[in-house]
Design a protein around this ligand. Structure first.
Ligand code: UDP
Ligand code: MG
Length: 319
């Protein structure tokens, strides 16, 4: 029988929490009084996470494992989960128990009221570094000032989506995925529940600074051309001011010949400054071109090395 609810859990090196996560999710989902499946997407963990889920699969038929051939990233893992999920309502939740599974029941209530997307807004974030909180806050504000899509601030990927939204999202094949933005972009009837984000149950964050920056760039470049526009404006401004300066230089050269020799500092200064800015703007353009290149290669988003928990091929065919 097809499950009514699918819970997607992306995991990357989560051996310290994953069995607790399973227990708590199971408890909550047993309470919801309907059929469900727990889809664990192993994003190339190098620890025992996958093995642990494999063992749970043996004794619990609700549990499924999608094992990636390597680490493809959090957002891609979520996407894969959506490809495999069969439920009428699909929930995405982090593996580290920062998103309390109990909130899922509230989401389901809202879904039954007729909402197609129920996202969870973080009122507070416990046990995260000041740096993370501040950068996250700034990022969400910056993003919303740059895009015309109304992406709710302070929400992660913890959310419930209806089958029809899931199907639409599956049709969006862009490679640099910023899932929470895509969910806003597709529209439908959306609402939210509020919660307090808890401390990580165990282990440490799998989002080091490098991944955070990449994530932020994906978010902005997927939903905004503003950086390109800003690049153009700065370009115009620089050309205009250089033009004015040129007048000044010519004026000096013609009327005050004796002053022109000590111009060395200003030439070097202007050169350094302008070259820096030009390189930076080239970088902005490069970010976009790199993404266009990624899209044009048209490689699959992820590679699955193994699936477990599916009784027959037919169940897998729906991908
Ligand atoms: N994750 C993943 N692939 C990655 C990085 C993270 O699947 O490359 C998963 C991770 O296991 C967790 C979720 O994404 O379930 C969120 O990661 P994390 O809790 O480390 O991020 P934070 O809460 O610190 O932002
Ligand atoms: Mg976390």
């Amino acid at each position: 029988m097809k499950a009514r609810y699918s819970v997607i859990v992306p995991m990357f090196n989560e051996e310290q929490v994953i069995s607790h996560t399973y227990e708590r999710l199971k408890k909550v989902m047993d309470e919801c009084g309907d059929t469900y499946e727990l889809v664990f997407v192993n994003d190339g963990s190098r620890d025992r996470s996958a093995q642990m889920i494999r063992e749970i699969c043996e004794r619990d038929e609700h549990v499924k494992l999608i094992d990636f051939s390597r680490n493809f990233g959090h957002q891609v893992a979520i996407t894969a989960g959506m490809d495999y999920a069969e439920g009428q309502a699909v929930v995405v939740i982090d593996a580290d128990l920062q998103d309390p599974p109990e909130v899922i029941l509230q989401m389901i209530e809202k879904w039954k009221e007729g909402y197609d997307v129920v996202y969870a807004k973080r009122l507070k974030r416990h046990g995260e570094t000041m740096f993370k909180k501040v950068t996250a806050k700034l990022f969400y504000r910056l993003l919303s000032s740059m895009t015309s899509v109304d992406i709710p601030t302070d929400t992660g990927d913890f959310r419930l989506i209806d089958r029809k939204v899931c199907d639409v999202l599956r049709g969006l094949k862009e490679k640099n995925r910023y899932v929470r933005g895509l969910v806003s972009w597709v529209g439908f009837k959306q609402t939210m529940v509020e919660y307090e984000r808890e401390e990580r149950f165990a282990g440490e964050t799998k989002y080091p600074l490098k991944k955070m920056i990449r994530f932020a760039l994906d978010g902005i470049t997927s939903f905004s051309h503003k950086p390109l526009k800003i690049a153009t404006y700065i370009g115009f401004f620089l050309s205009f001011s250089s033009f004015l300066y040129l007048f000044f230089v010519l004026f000096q050269r013609i009327f005050f010949t004796s002053w022109t020799v000590p111009g060395w500092a200003s030439i070097v200064g202007v050169n350094l400054l302008f070259n820096g800015i030009v390189l930076m703007l080239l970088g902005v353009i490069g970010e976009y071109i790199g993404r266009i290149y990624d899209e044009s290669k048209d490689r699959p988003l992820y590679i699955v090395s193994e699936t477990k928990g599916y009784q027959n091929e037919e169940q897998l065919d729906r991908r």
